[in-house]
Design a binder for this molecule. Structure first.
Ligand SMILES: N=c1c2ncn([C@@H]3O[C@H](COP(=O)(O)OP(=O)(O)OP(=O)(O)O)[C@@H](O)[C@H]3O)c2ncn1[C@@H]1O[C@H](COP(=O)(O)O)[C@@H](O)[C@H]1O
Length: 102
């Protein structure tokens, strides 16, 4: 999990950096909608890899998807810690139980 938290920090530090030298800064400069679009594209590529049963491609595309998810969160100034806190809140609550309680 540390690698994701470290990556989120790196991405935050790229806010306002030069888009010519940072892919993250380039994405962020294009706005949250573009960041969301890129996240969606990468997620679809992961879905395709899973459907094809291409294990190596699935790993690669999931890494791309996680990176672009963090960029999307940064684009809306949502700290990654908030996502982790939400996951923590859910831990120990069965998805089946949660759905039944709705
Ligand atoms: N994890 C990543 C990471 N994963 C993917 N990418 C980039 O995301 C881009 C994905 O682009 P696409 O596949 O969409 O290719 P494209 O050429 O844009 O394609 P089109 O959609 O434009 O046709 C590539 O340029 C990848 O290099 C990443 N860029 C950066 N990181 C991390 O972010 C850190 C900071 O990077 P910079 O902001 O570039 O300094 C790096 O040290 C890495 O740890």
């Amino acid at each position: 999990m540390n690698i994701l938290a470290d990556l989120a920090q790196t991405i935050d530090a790229r806010k306002g950096a030069n888009p010519d030298s940072s892919w993250t800064a380039k994405l962020l400069s294009r706005g949250p909608e573009k960041c969301a679009e890129k996240f969606g594209e990468e997620a679809i590529e992961a879905i395709i890899a899973c459907t094809k049963g291409d294990r190596d491609e699935l790993v690669y595309e999931c890494a791309d998807t996680l990176y672009h998810m963090l960029v999307m969160l940064a684009a809306r100034d949502v700290p990654f810690d908030e996502v982790l806190a939400e996951l923590k809140r859910r831990s120990g609550i069965s998805g089946i139980e949660e759905k039944a309680a709705r």
